[in-house]
Ligand binder design. Structure first.
Ligand SMILES: Cc1ncc(COP(=O)(O)O)c(C=O)c1O
Length: 396
């Protein structure tokens, strides 16, 4: 089959032009784009207020800091058992306890399960829209209000999608967006941008102060080069980035991204503005690709697409392999035929909780290519190859 690589971003000439403008003007870290980006997002998300940082999980950290000051006696945060590990690490780094809640087929928590997990210690609920698939955030907001518990509407992976007429990210007390790889808006990798949305006007000033106190961005050219080489140009550069990284490490020159919270760079804010200018087409292309998978999978009923719904945007296409499949064996087999796949997150189950669905699904969820401009023929051949790989591995 034709090579079918994974894509981590949908960048056009506009994003490369933004990069060129920053490089040619010699302004990579500081410049006017962060202010313009903030204004653009503030118009879009009003009345929520917009606060920029370098990672989505730092937005969670700032929000949890505000909640803790208001309710210091409450120490538990409800988090889905299927989640990006940085969310768990952030809750724990804030000195709070994670309480895992199982997810449904759409990889989101249900209002009933959140309700059942609420207790006297619950400070907050973090409710993500996994891979962009909307959670039942309106119902979760209602039950958090009734229980007097804070809610973070985690829209890390989705920009510009509404539920009940409101943008995801604007429900509850605070929301967030991430600009790292494979999200809706992508500006690079590791620390390339994050947004805190504050949905309570009285907290805007605290969030302003927290973000204004962050150090300026620094060292962002290394992560940009890493992203371009290993995640955008990987079709041509292959595994060379891995060997280059090892060689640089020997020379003590690994481009390590700043793990600390900083301001967003001029460069990455410029890329975000270019992506926002194309938001409708970014969303529409992903809706079209999800539909193409749904169509192609009719011929392969053993492969499931649990997050699909007609017209739904999904940042990634995650398929569920048949029960009992040799997951790594299937990945290897598909790779040997030119089909690149990716894993999802490992389930995280806190002590004393149970999450059988998240654990079972995490072992079988496989990400398949959803590159810009893919045709129905591409998608059909991917599904055909994946199904054949599952069958070949099972028959060994
Ligand atoms: C649902 C969710 N929340 C939060 C984050 C954290 O975002 P960042 O990597 O920008 O810190 C991620 C990152 O993948 C995520 O998927």
């Amino acid at each position: 089959m034709k090579r079918q690589p994974i894509a981590f971003a949908d960048w056009s000439g506009r994003e490369y032009a933004a990069i060129a403008r920053c490089l040619l003007s010699g302004r990579v870290h500081q410049g006017p784009y962060p202010v313009l980006l903030r204004e653009r997002l503030a118009q879009m998300y009003a009345p929520s207020t917009v606060h920029l940082t370098n990672y989505g999980h730092h937005a969670i950290e700032i929000a949890l800091g505000i909640f803790k000051r208001l309710r210091p006696e409450r120490v538990e945060v409800i988090v889905p058992a299927y989640i990006c590990p940085s969310v768990i690490q952030t809750v724990e780094a804030c000195g709070l306890r994670v309480r895992s809640v199982d997810v449904q087929d759409d990889l989101n928590v249900s209002p009933a399960d959140v309700q059942a997990a609420l207790g006297a210690d619950t400070l907050a609920v973090i409710a993500p829209h996994m891979y962009g698939c909307p959670a039942r955030i309106h119902d979760i907001e209602s039950l958090c209000n009734a229980a007097d518990v804070f809610l973070i509407d985690d829209a890390a992976q989705v920009v510009g999608v509404r539920q009940d007429g409101r943008l995801l990210g604007t429900f509850g007390d605070a929301g967030l967006i991430s600009f790292a790889q494979s999200k809706t808006i992508v500006t690079g990798i590791r620390g390339s941008g994050g947004v805190l949305l504050v949905n309570r006007p009285t907290w805007a000033e605290q969030a302003n102060r927290a973000c204004a106190a962050l150090p300026p961005a620094s060292g962002r050219l290394g992560p940009l080069a890493d992203f371009l080489w290993n995640h955008v140009g990987h079709v041509y550069t292959g595994h060379s980035g891995y060997y280059l990284g090892r060689a640089l490490a020997v020379l003590g020159r690994t481009p390590v991204a700043d793990q600390r919270a900083t301001q967003i760079s001029h460069l990455e804010a410029g890329i975000a503005l270019a992506q926002l200018g194309r938001l409708d087409s970014l969303l529409q292309d992903k809706v079209r690709i999800a539909q193409a998978y749904h169509q192609a999978l009719r011929a392969y009923p053993r492969l499931r697409f649990p997050q699909f719904a007609p017209g739904r945007f999904l940042a990634r296409v995650m398929l569920l392999l048949p029960e009992g499949s040799d997951f790594e064996g299937v990945r290897r087999e598909a790779r040997s035929r030119g089909l690149q796949t990716r894993t999802g997150y490992a389930a995280h189950v806190s002590p004393g909780s149970e999450a059988p669905k998240a654990q079972a699904m995490a072992r079988r969820l496989l990400g398949v290519p959803c590159r810009p401009g893919m045709s129905q023929a591409d998608v059909t051949s991917i599904c055909e190859e994946l199904n054949a790989s599952v069958e070949r591995v099972a028959s060994r």
